[in-house]
Design a protein around this ligand. Sequence first.
Ligand SMILES: [Zn+2]
Length: 580
Amino acid sequence: MPVKRSARAPWSKVMIRSQLEVVDQVRPPSLVLKNATYLNMYVKQWKTANIWIEGDRIVYVGPELPDQAVEMIDVSDKYIVPGYIEPHAHPFQLYNPATLSKYAGERGTTTLVNDNMLLFLQEEEQAFAQLDLIQQLPTSTYWWARLDTQTELDRESVAVDSERVHAWFNHPDVVMAGELTAWPRTLQGDDELLQWMLDAETCGLPVEGHFPGASAKTLTKMALMGVHSDHEAMTTEEALCRLEHGYTTTLRHSSIRPDLPKMLKGLLESGLEAFDHLMVTTDGSTPGFYEGGMQDNLIRIMMEAGLPAIEAYRIVSLNVARHFDLDHVLGSIAPGRIAHLNILDAIDEPRPSAVIAKGQWIYRDGVSLFPDELVEAIFEKMPATDVAIDLMPEDLSFSMPVGLDMVNSVIMKLFKITHDTGQDELPRDEDESFLMLLDKEGKWRLNTVLKGFAKDFGGLVSSYSISGDYLILGKCKQDMLKAFARMKELGGGIVLVDRGEIVAEIPLPLCGMTSIEPIEQLIVQEKQFQKELRARGYQFEDPIYTLLFLASTHLPYVRATPLGIYEVMKKQVLFPAILR
Ligand SMILES: [Zn+2]
């Protein structure tokens, strides 16, 4: 039985004694913000005070000024708010936890609550070594513990069992269980999953649901099983239904579901006055979506929708801290909290002009002061991609009678293939492409057809996929072979080839899933890739999500998984993958 520890009080006795000495002016604080107009979350008012920081902690907020301080600045003309918190980050969407922490932190989002998915599939020792190093960043990082893998894996090495789940539950940085994509299993009677949900409760971890389109009845049942929150509302009605059923409701604004403005407007029009159980998330958007910022952008959107500024700032700070039972260390400006502070030029300008994280300046006067050497140290601990296999012409033989037809970026239905797939090229005036999923270790392959992806392109290869296997798409087998060879040369990545030329590429040398480039640079690469692909007929919201989720079994209706063509509702393999 797991017993939850808590590393939620990160300070030792010695550190606390020395913080007390600072309050008594035996020693000077490391930083003082003088004449600060700050948002006091507990009385919901702007107050004026001097804020004393010692090391990584706020030690005093009040009228007194110390005789001395290592650094003291007057912030009379500024507004100070707590660092923002993203409660639901997927930190491996081409970027990685280190590059995302930096980019988010520089824009005021100083705490991320991260999906553990990619790490969950690694050996625990290796995964936890990365968590330890990430903890050394000036930003704060907490993690989810998944209860399922979102796809049908073939590898025994990643068996999701009680031992693995409990090891994650017991890790000090883990603050929630979920997201629970496999919830239908619990309703169908899977008691192992229900037991893990109960174990999460024992460990003090709220369980997050993943309930797109769920009825009131389903929400009721999942609440009985102990689910605390959900971020899948897509309409005002769905958001209200979750709130009324007692769920902490996370409104989403992401690259595939940019729903926040209309949902929040609707909630305000419905007369909602209680915002304490609302959070907001960008839900692992692809890099380009973050050009407008992270939680700072969502605050702006909430204020534009008519929400009072104080409520908007609370939703991204205290509400999240409370939900994860972290409000004694995060989410407000008060004695004892971690010193995450955003300095604003105006209340209606949520992008900070300076950011303090764990008491250090990480952004000031338009310059990043984020410690890049720590970011690079984290790269060292992440597994490098090893593309050890080759794609052979004989692998490209397609005889499956059915394929996947795209309903949107991520939803696929089954269709009967009518074209002759025995040829080297498929016609470019039709929207059917070859689709192959190739085992990372080269043991099996699944060859079928994808309809609706794009008409006029040569070959597209991606090491970025939910199962970690290679996706090979295209109209022309020669181009597909070339794209694979280039992806291998890059040591992982996404490569688009057309008529023999490489037209766009995104190198992903860590785990085959993530880039070592700063997010600003990644945005440039991603835009180029999207532009070239759209010019060739891709018509949906987000091609990166299409690649990621082709194998995901938490989405309807049929998927290309490592086991084969898979029908989600019936949990059935329709056509198995074949051995190479
Ligand atoms: Zn999500």
